[in-house]
Unconditional design. Structure first.
Length: 215
């Protein structure tokens, strides 16, 4: 497509306003009162122009740049866009982000957060991972109700201590326990029942009580 070129005095730099009529990669075709400009977006223009935007351009013998998006006629979202890496730094202050309808973050690579501490407060929370790994020197979990659903679980710990008010276990198939030493102690009553029961030992089997009833 051929566009008319704007005549420039040698060394002259001036500004013009116009409407974006076409986007060709990083180049904006801007129709202004002085003609048609092929303008690149200036580094300081963080808002990415779209077709139909009213923009301010700077024209010089070295080239033409879109300095700012002045007005947007349509309802296209405002997008802050840069070429290359972007850093937002507040050396002495707080960086806040707020939105009424939500905040979304997306990346095709890794999202890395390095902070001294993290605080999350929400009415509802949901996390979904294909694979998750958690490493912490100490974990403290406080929940009114905890539900865990999984196909397979494996726990490897050096020491496990549980303090439970009441516990119930329902095992549909086989329940096996292998230990070097087992000590069960019931303050009031110990009851074991099965369709068949068998107690074997390589050494001594001892039953000791004030009364023993068999049969």
């Amino acid at each position: 497509m051929q566009h008319s070129a704007t005549n420039l005095d040698e060394g002259a730099t001036w500004q013009d306003t116009g409407t974006v009529t076409m986007l060709e990669g990083i180049t904006c075709i801007v129709r202004a009162g002085a003609g048609v400009h092929r303008a690149r977006r200036a580094v300081g223009c963080l808002v990415a122009p779209v077709v139909g935007d009213l923009v301010l351009v700077a024209v010089s013998p070295r080239g033409c740049w879109v300095l700012s998006v002045l007005e947007r006629a349509g309802d296209a979202p405002t997008r802050l866009s840069v070429e290359g890496d972007l850093e937002i730094v507040t050396p002495n202050g707080v960086l806040r982000m707020g939105a009424r309808d939500g905040v979304e973050m997306a990346s095709e690579a890794t999202l890395t957060v390095v902070v001294a501490g993290v605080q999350l407060r929400a009415a509802d929370g949901e996390a979904s991972f294909d694979r998750a790994s958690l490493a912490a020197s100490a974990v403290d979990l406080d929940a009114g109700r905890l539900v865990v659903r999984s196909i397979t679980e494996e726990h490897t710990v050096q020491r496990l201590t549980q303090r439970i008010g009441s516990a119930q276990r329902f095992v549909a198939e086989v329940d096996r326990l292998r230990a070097g030493h087992i000590d069960y102690c019931a303050e009031r009553m110990l009851e074991m029942h099965g369709e068949h029961a068998m107690v074997t030992a390589d050494g001594l089997v001892k039953v000791d009580a004030a009364q023993i009833h068999i049969g």
